[in-house]
Unconditional design. Structure first.
Length: 322
């Protein structure tokens, strides 16, 4: 398997070379018993590059290092730092800039929702050549005409296709739980799709903010349930506010919202959850829209806000002795 994978990667890593779809049979992955196993501790603390989108690769990487991050969670999706159709050239360029800044790139964020496409395989073959270990998958939607259970049953075949591709490239696909009405807003969706499948190659990018929105006080149950499949972690915060007579979600800096970070980090420790962490900044980082600001002033405000959140994360981690 490893020799086959390396041979394949060598063939497709060049620019403009043809890439045919991997043979994905209708056979499902053999079921295995999923057990909670000790994982590595938290490794890199990454910045989600979406929030440094106004900077080129070199300045983005240098800024992340200046703030104190140890890695970059790079956007490889439409409108991202790397355009999916140009991944074979742009992704290595971004990687070199990140490496030159002394940082790592353990994860990328994609919109891949079909593992059989040329574009998906080009992205992942390139990422695998760069030894990226994790990628975020695209979102799946319910077919409400078909029904919830029937939709989940139909998606199991898609998950098995992802598993087959991920194992071939030796990379793990992670599905982010996101509040709303897409599959995965309810953690039990993901358990239904992942149960008895290889956690080495498929799993969850666990987002405590979104799970708190959806789970309220029950999120610890969700987190414990999906913990064998948690490979990467998203950190951000929020609160509910009544605005113009309606209750709405308002994103906040870390520690200023409703997420119970002390309990969260204690559970990370108790459940032996590890892997890279990515910080998201969904609240306004600048006084006005970045596009209306002088670049130097915009960067100063973004750096200051990110440093504050990062310091708070380290404070929580130190309290939990992680």
């Amino acid at each position: 398997m490893e020799n086959d994978r390396r041979s394949f990667l060598k063939k497709v890593s060049g620019i403009g070379l043809g890439l045919t779809a991997l043979p994905l049979s209708g056979q499902t992955i053999p079921k295995i018993e999923t057990k909670l196993q000790k994982k590595n501790s938290i490794t890199e603390i990454c910045v989600f590059s979406k929030h440094l989108q106004f900077l080129d690769y070199d300045e983005m990487a240098d800024t992340a290092a200046e703030i104190g991050f140890t890695g970059v969670d790079l956007t490889v999706r439409p409108g991202g730092h790397v355009s999916p159709e140009k991944a074979t050239t742009q992704l290595p360029n971004a990687f070199r800039a990140i490496e030159k800044a002394g940082l790592k790139m353990p994860m990328i964020a994609t919109a891949i929702d079909d593992p059989g496409t040329y574009e998906a395989q080009a992205i992942l073959s390139t990422a695998a050549n760069l030894e990226v270990k994790h990628y975020r998958m695209g979102y799946m939607k319910y077919d409400f005409d078909k029904g919830i259970n029937e939709t989940l049953d139909s998606k199991k075949y898609l998950i098995d296709k992802f598993l087959k591709m991920n194992e071939f490239f030796n990379i793990t696909g992670n599905y982010q739980n996101h509040d709303g009405i897409n599959i995965g807003a309810a953690i039990w969706d993901l358990w239904t799709l992942f149960e008895n499948r290889k956690p080495e190659y498929i799993g969850c990018q666990y987002d405590i903010r979104h799970n708190t929105v959806e789970g309220g006080r029950s999120w610890p149950v969700d987190m414990q349930l999906i913990s064998p499949f948690i490979h990467t972690l998203v950190l951000k915060d929020f609160k509910w506010e009544k605005i113009d007579g309606s209750w709405k979600i308002v994103n906040t800096p870390i520690g200023e919202g409703m997420v119970d970070f002390p309990k969260y980090f204690q559970m990370i420790k108790d459940l032996n959850i590890g892997g890279p962490v990515t910080l998201h900044f969904e609240y306004p980082l600048t006084e006005e829209p970045i596009e209306n600001m002088a670049p130097i002033k915009a960067k100063e405000q973004v750096v200051a806000a990110m440093k504050k959140d990062l310091a708070k994360v380290f404070e929580y981690m130190n309290e939990a002795e992680i």
